[in-house]
Ligand binder design. Sequence first.
Ligand SMILES: Nc1ncnc2c1ncn2[C@@H]1O[C@H](COP(=O)(O)O)[C@@H](O)[C@H]1OP(=O)(O)O
Ligand SMILES: [Mg+2]
Ligand SMILES: [Mg+2]
Ligand SMILES: [Mg+2]
Length: 357
Amino acid sequence: MSLTFATEQQVAVAAVRRACALTSSVFNKLVKNETLVKGDKSPVTVGDYSAQAVINTILGRAFPDDPIVGEEDAADLRVESGTALKNRIVELANETLVADLGIGEMAEWGLGPGQERIPEELLDAIDRGTYGGGRTGRMWTLDPIDGTKGFLRGEQYAVCLALIIDSKVQLGVMGCPNLPVDATKPDGPRGCIFVAVRGQGAHQTTLTGADPVPLQIPAFTSETLNFLESVEAAHSSHSFNDRVAELLAITRPPTRMDSQAKYCSLARGDGAVYLRMPTGVGYLEKIWDHAPGSILIEEAGGIITNSRGEPLDFGLGRTLGDNFGVVAAGKEVHSKVLAAVMQANKEEAEAKARSRV
Ligand SMILES: Nc1ncnc2c1ncn2[C@@H]1O[C@H](COP(=O)(O)O)[C@@H](O)[C@H]1OP(=O)(O)O
Ligand SMILES: [Mg+2]
Ligand SMILES: [Mg+2]
Ligand SMILES: [Mg+2]
């Protein structure tokens, strides 16, 4: 393991880039009967499974000893009723793995012509993602498609991969195939990869790895402040954000966007604050939904905490534990937002107490 994580970065970027090519092609070919419904009712597509198969295959070859905390598992593909889906996933994953080598890619990672896997190897690769996480050791965390709802709507989604060592995120790579390269040109070219390495900063490239641009969260004035928030009202409280915006006298409307693309947008200054407060249904946030985004924000000069001002804890297992939300912003803005979040929380608690008497 090198201290600069140069190889890890190269492998992670290659894995995310290939997965982005796959998910884009799945979207273009997507037909309804290729969408499964998982126990949690979230739309799980053929894209989730095949992207996880591709990324875990590459990680497994490059770093055979590293465990992976991934969102998906192959259980539904190992039963008779999953055969058609499995065949489609095997075909797509292999198509992606055997594509010609791109910039910085190596055949020894199992990439390039002639590197097809048998179905069992690909299902096992998906199941490399079942690691439970924990306080110590080196591990990857993967969300093959974050923002499945955005993906299915043809809007924002992200392929998200991070390396965690002893509970601390050291490397984050996110691919956003539908994100405009330049937010001021929404109709311009789309597709970006975001990379952050602990102590080495953050940058954005195109999906092919071209045109690297360093990322630094800019300063915002009270007139330019605005929020980035989920599209889905079930995923974070829109009304809470409205109250915080009111307390901060924010006049610009929030930008609603699915997935960790919100972290990417924040890191390059498209929006000023990412606020994600629980909706009160007991949902626990997963580490793969925040690990790469959190290092991107920190390396772009920002701060990310929960609503109590504490750092997110990536050492608790597959989840972040008790859900106190997420507050991410540039350094100066973060403290102001946190104070307003605490004020809005206090008001909510007081209103609840009043309704009880
Ligand atoms: N009740 C919930 N509260 C918060 N996040 C949720 C909830 N249900 C699902 N999610 C997760 O929110 C993330 C997307 O967030 P956003 O709406 O900001 O794009 C997804 O990872 C999604 O998980 P999943 O991938 O299992 O669907
Ligand atoms: Mg999901
Ligand atoms: Mg997710
Ligand atoms: Mg997902």
